[in-house]
Design a protein around this ligand. Structure first.
Ligand SMILES: [Zn+2]
Length: 265
């Protein structure tokens, strides 16, 4: 037998959902993806931490956690040369998508939140690097049309840290959340035949520790809590957002021109 969460949209019966939502009409959307973080860490590091921050925030400050978005923008623009450099010819075991797919889907996620009765949205992306700006562009257009505030931040942006990729920062975060997802004895394991050889492992990963991770994680969760408080009751929509309105928002987003943070070449 496994225990269900008390803050997950998917795990709540309708009465319990409405009770929780009535107390705090804020929805948290965890976003991550599967991508290499060295041989020593689980591929879903970005997803696992986003889930953790959202669940902890909902438990401590109220609100409900939406179904996790486990795919993210990758393999194009600046991501492509990065992958070539740090992973080379090895299969990156990646759950990446182009920006127009992720952003269009994101718009309809926001629509679902508004129509389900939430008054504000907090998005925590465990994947950073620049693509969060694309999501913010969609969020801004959605708020403009519906009045519902949407905050999108990557985990280092919440905590005021610089962040890294599979270095002391990220490996520490995961060690504190899921120690079983990290095996430091694999830090020296190299992927042979290709460039990089480290499967995207950060150079300072050996300096990771659960204590460091705990400190980082608590800073992030506290900041999300402060945002939950700032948003207060949020702003409810007057009537449901239909497909036509959502498509109008999407046209408006597209009309802003070549705005994808990564370029589409
Ligand atoms: Zn990561």
């Amino acid at each position: 037998m496994r225990t269900l969460s008390k803050v997950r949209w998917s795990d709540l019966r309708p009465d319990d959902f409405l009770l929780r939502q009535g107390e705090c009409p804020i929805v948290y959307l965890p976003i991550g993806l599967c991508e290499p973080h060295g041989h020593a860490a689980a591929l879903g590091l970005d997803t696992l931490k986003a889930d953790y921050y959202c669940e902890e925030a909902a438990e401590r400050f109220g609100g409900i956690v939406a179904p996790t978005q486990g795919y993210h923008i990758h393999e194009c623009g600046f991501h492509k040369p990065w992958l070539d450099e740090v992973v080379g010819g090895t299969n990156p075991l990646l759950a990446g998508m182009p920006p127009q797919v992720v952003c269009y889907h994101f718009l309809y996620q926001l629509r679902a939140f508004a129509n389900a009765g939430f008054h504000a949205v907090i998005v925590v992306s465990g994947h950073a690097g620049g693509s969060q700006k694309d999501l913010r562009r969609v969020a801004q257009a959605f708020t403009g049309s519906t009045g519902i505030p949407v905050v999108v931040k990557t985990d280092p942006e919440w905590g005021g840290y610089e962040g890294d990729h599979a270095g002391a920062y990220e490996i520490s975060q995961l060690q504190a959340i899921h120690p079983e997802a990290v095996d430091l004895s694999l830090l020296g394991r190299m992927t042979e035949e290709d460039s990089g050889g480290r499967l995207a492992l950060g150079l300072d990963a050996a300096e990771a520790s659960p204590e460091k991770g705990m400190e980082i994680n608590e800073t992030i969760i506290t900041a999300i809590g402060a945002m939950t408080e700032d948003l207060g009751g949020g702003t409810p929509i007057k009537e449901p957002v239909n497909y036509q309105q959502a498509e109008k928002i999407w046209s408006e987003v597209l009309s802003q021109g070549e705005w994808w943070s990564i370029g589409l070449k």
